[in-house]
Design a binder for this molecule. Structure first.
Ligand code: ZN
Length: 133
């Protein structure tokens, strides 16, 4: 069974959204991290057993910038924690899901990640993430 690890939200400006989510969640942002390869700045909050990840684009042609251009700010993805990302990628591929990356890539928060195409998941971008050892 997959367990939600965090929910990713696309925002225009972390400088505005960090204090907003601190107020909303009544929880301090505990980490910000630049993920150069994904062209995003991220900010993390604890929210019960899960986390909220805010994503701000650092590149007008990056995936988050394009997402906001198309859909506006808002829910971007749901991430599920897995203990063996390779096995889970194989399992989901065999179930007919389309992987957006064929091998895991570096994510924020000390994780390796793989995304599933939202066309196969009722429009929700799904991230699998595994803690790096
Ligand atoms: Zn994420």
């Amino acid at each position: 069974m997959l367990k939600p690890e965090h929910i990713g939200i696309a925002v225009k400006e972390l400088a505005i959204s960090i204090p907003l989510f601190e107020k909303l969640l009544n929880s301090q942002c505990y980490k910000t991290e630049l993920v150069e390869t994904e062209k995003v700045n991220t900010a993390f909050f604890k929210a019960g057993d899960t986390k909220i990840e805010l994503l701000e684009s650092i590149d007008p042609n990056g995936v988050i910038a394009k997402f906001i251009e198309k859909k506006g700010e808002g829910m971007h993805h749901i991430a599920f924690a897995v203990t063996d990302i390779y096995a889970e990628m194989d399992r989901l591929k065999n179930e007919g899901f389309v992987l957006l990356n064929e091998s895991p890539k570096e994510g924020a928060d000390n994780k390796i990640v793989c995304f599933l195409h939202p066309k196969g998941t009722n429009g929700v971008l799904i991230e699998l993430c595994q803690e790096k050892l």
